[in-house]
Design a protein around this ligand. Structure first.
Ligand code: MG
Length: 252
């Protein structure tokens, strides 16, 4: 386990990286509408990265072929954008996106509705977002990663939803995935103790039905085994001695 606490100078770069990441993700999410393909959204994100002088963090990361992960409906995470994946009225799409600025990573994700979505989908999306804020509220110095996971899981279980177990939140800095892991489930007081100066991504990935997922033939895209919807929200935060600072921001 190697947890890297960030210096004030490093945090200035990280804040800047997160600001640019958020502005680009907001623009891409605002472009979501029926008829657009996930490849068009990907191209938009990549162009905006070039304009803002940041490097797309996911492209070529362990061989991932695109700038954004776009996971539609029962796809869970790591959806590869495709010109054949045309978004339709009633879909939900999770757009996960990261940038690198001066060797520091910024990473966040949102699930957005395409046109008018069902009440079931609306509730899943809103409650998954809410579970992220429960996780953030538990992210206090002296608490543990298990406290975050417990807060997320405890909130979503009451609706019969299931946190995905294979993909978890993470520390972030000069690497996209640093220690500690931040699962969306767990027991209070277990896991790794949180300290001021840690930058972590909390990212509830919540299935409407069962927790089980499978990986598609492309080797990246995961989907629910029961074919039900999945939603994903992620913020990058800085641990302080008091309330955490949320580094990424969303237009609501
Ligand atoms: Mg992440």
């Amino acid at each position: 386990m190697s947890i890297v606490l960030k210096t004030p100078a490093e945090l200035e770069i990280i804040r800047h990286a997160c600001r640019i990441q958020s502005e680009i993700l907001n623009q891409v999410c605002a472009a979501v509408e029926p008829g657009i393909s996930t490849t068009e959204l990907d191209a938009m994100a990549e162009n905006l990265c070039h304009k803002r002088n940041v490097i797309p963090a996911f492209k070529n990361y362990q061989g991932f072929p695109a700038t954004i992960c776009a996971s539609v409906n029962d796809q869970v995470v790591h959806g590869i954008p495709s010109p054949n994946k045309i978004l339709r009225n009633g879909d939900i799409v999770s757009i996960d996106f990261g940038v690198i600025l001066e060797n520091f990573y910024a990473d966040a994700c949102r699930t957005v509705p395409v046109g008018a979505i069902t009440e079931t989908a609306t509730k899943l999306v809103e409650r998954t977002k809410e579970s992220l804020y429960h996780g953030i509220a538990a992210a206090r110095a002296g608490n543990t990663t298990g406290d975050i996971g417990h807060a997320v899981e405890g909130f979503v279980r009451q609706f019969g939803y299931s946190p995905v177990r294979e993909t978890v939140g993470h520390g972030i800095g000069r690497k996209l995935h640093e220690d500690p892991e931040v699962p969306n489930f767990g027991k209070p007081g277990t896991g790794v103790e949180l300290k001021a100066g840690m930058t972590i991504c909390i990212e509830p990935i919540i299935n409407l039905g069962k927790a089980e997922i499978l990986t598609e033939k492309d080797g990246w895209t995961t989907r629910t085994t029961d074919g039900k919807l999945s939603a994903h929200f992620e913020h990058q935060i800085l641990m302080t001695e008091d309330e955490p600072e949320i580094l990424t921001t969303w237009d609501e």
